[in-house]
Design a protein around this ligand. Structure first.
Ligand code: AMP
Ligand code: MG
Length: 520
């Protein structure tokens, strides 16, 4: 394997001087050197060829023993020093202190085709940040992270990527629903890839400890290496950096709302400084369009991270970043403007995104009301988000009778669609039709545009679970089938129509489908 190794993070920033791999508080440092754990019987299950190509890896590399060993943690690339990053975080609204890469180990940074990438193993053993946990990951959650990261990329959503999914050959003990029923599961490692894995919590921990020297070093590093267009580190570029992070974070969450992705654990340690979706844990996809839905059972009481709250929560997290960066500026006004701009920008971006989902090219005053109304109607009975918006593209101007008929496959229980509900839909379609009559595009032009925005295929929760159930029995074919399907989420792929369907009834309340915990 020929990789062009270029470590900027470890060469620019202070390391933890202690090399012993034991849980501890790590101060005055941004990371600790640590070696991945040897595993019993490593096996590569799947590789993302698209990601591999971006790293400059050849087809031969991907089937080599070296590839298998490096990306399951069993050998270390020459001239590299793997490391775990130190960060903290606000978890469910509370400052949680030091967290860090408890089960992620960065192998190295490389450069290919002018692009920088960090390659990171998730589930490759303990680090100084593992606290009382084992540093490992199970196959179940690794399949979910692997498939979803690449699916999100192909949907056009900013995300960390995945290069490979491997089995370790070790058994890992987990209590899936935290109810005392622990069981052994297959251990796995996912190789994640991103230009950087820095999180809001990477900055927060330094500010919380009053370590302004390391904080400044980290922010300077970030600007110089990840936001070089902002110019040399200075008070002005610190603020410009914050502004860009706020904008990127907003862009990311708007994409989530567009495709119906619910992150599930939007703690500040799980929020990328690059505005990438990161840390795929108990995430989920909307089936019924429901602002109140969260996949995360750990959050089922307060539903802090429910679908409809994500944009607000991202803003809350951006506030925490402002607090962390504040010591470098000692002046609040600039931050405040950017934070209040987030709200204005959010309203506009959300409106534009919803316009595009509905097929509006023009921007009209009344659109906000029409959008509110469709969102309300979608909540009247359980209505599948993906099918609704995809099929709405089949509506023809002037064909009012098409209305409900065009989207009827999206209703989970057609008998629940009472006369009253129908009346509301009919009223909405009447307004929709009038609104469309002012658009210049033809029906087929509008449909084409809508189909580029409204995916036909997403990684529905039960689909990932089917792949997991099969994989636990040693059948990995569904992982590949879903991986291939989700490479073209906007294409019709008629032979794959079975995946353009509502969640089957058996999946409604099944663990792993609608209920997920953090026990990954
Ligand atoms: P999460 O909410 O899953 O992003 O995890 C929060 C913190 O717990 C992070 O510091 C993780 O690295 C750590 N963590 C989660 N699972 C494990 C594990 N199995 N072993 C060690 N650390 C873990
Ligand atoms: Mg995390």
């Amino acid at each position: 394997m020929k990789l062009s190794i270029k470590n900027t993070f470890t060469t620019s920033l202070p390391a933890d001087p202690i090399l012993e791999n034991t849980p501890r508080q790590v101060t005055k440092a941004c990371y600790s050197f640590v070696t991945p754990k040897q595993t019993a019987n490593p096996e590569m299950l799947h590789v993302s060829k698209e990601m591999a190509a971006m790293l400059g890896l050849t087809d031969e590399d991907l089937t080599s023993n070296e590839f298998k060993n490096v990306f399951t943690g069993n050998s270390v690339l020459p001239n590299t020093t793997p490391y775990a990053m130190c960060y903290g975080g606000h978890q469910f609204g509370q400052w949680a202190g030091q967290l860090g890469d408890g089960r992620a180990i960065n192998l190295t940074e490389i450069e290919h085709a002018g692009q920088r990438w960090v390659m990171q193993l998730k589930g490759a053993g303990e680090t100084p940040y593992s606290r009382t946990a084992d540093g490992l990951a199970v196959l179940r959650s690794s399949i979910r992270e692997y498939l979803c990261s690449e699916a999100m990329f192909h949907l056009g959503v900013p995300t960390t990527r995945a290069l490979s999914l491997g089995l370790t050959g070790d058994q890992v003990l987990r209590d899936v629903m935290y109810n005392g029923n622990s069981a052994y599961e297959k251990g796995a490692v996912v190789t994640r890839v991103a230009p950087s894995f820095l999180r809001f919590g990477s900055y927060e921990i330094l500010a919380a400890r009053g370590d302004h020297e390391t904080l400044k070093a980290l922010v300077d590093y970030t600007i110089e290496n990840l936001f070089p267009h902002l110019g040399k580190p200075s008070k002005a570029s610190y603020l410009a950096f914050f502004k860009e992070v706020a904008e990127k974070s907003l862009d990311m969450v708007i994409h989530w709302q567009r495709v119906g992705f619910v992150h599930g654990v939007l703690n500040t340690d799980n929020v990328s400084i690059l505005g990438l979706t990161i840390d795929y844990g108990p995430y989920g996809w909307l089936e019924g369009y429901d602002f109140g839905w969260t996949p995360n059972t750990t959050d089922s009481q307060h539903k802090r991270y429910r679908f409809g709250s994500q944009p607000e929560v991202v803003l809350w997290n951006v506030y925490q970043l402002a607090n962390a960066l504040y010591p470098l500026l000692d002046e609040a006004a600039g931050f405040e403007t950017i934070l209040s701009d987030y709200r204005t920008n959010y309203t506009r971006a959300h409106l534009d995104m919803m316009r595009s989902k509905l097929g509006f090219n023009l921007k009209e005053e009344g659109d906000a009301t029409l959008i509110k109304e469709v969102e309300l109607a979608l909540h009247l009975t359980e209505t599948d988000m993906t099918i609704f918006f995809r099929n709405l593209g089949n509506f023809r101007k002037g064909a009012l009778s098409d209305g409900i008929a065009v989207v009827k496959d999206a209703f989970y229980n057609i008998t629940e669609v009472s006369a009253e509900v129908r009346k509301q839909w009919d009223a909405w379609f009447l307004e929709y039709d009038t609104r469309l009559s002012r658009e210049l595009l033809t029906d087929s032009e509008r449909k084409e545009k809508m189909n580029a925005i409204n995916p036909k295929y997403v990684l529905r929760n039960y689909m990932a679970q089917l792949a997991i159930d099969a994989a636990n029995k040693g059948d990995y074919t569904l992982i590949d089938e879903l991986f291939e399907l989700l490479k073209q989420p906007y294409a019709e792929q008629e032979q794959q129509h079975k995946w353009f369907a509502k969640r089957p009834d058996w999946a409604r309340d099944k663990v792993g489908c609608s209920m997920l915990s953090c026990s990954s």
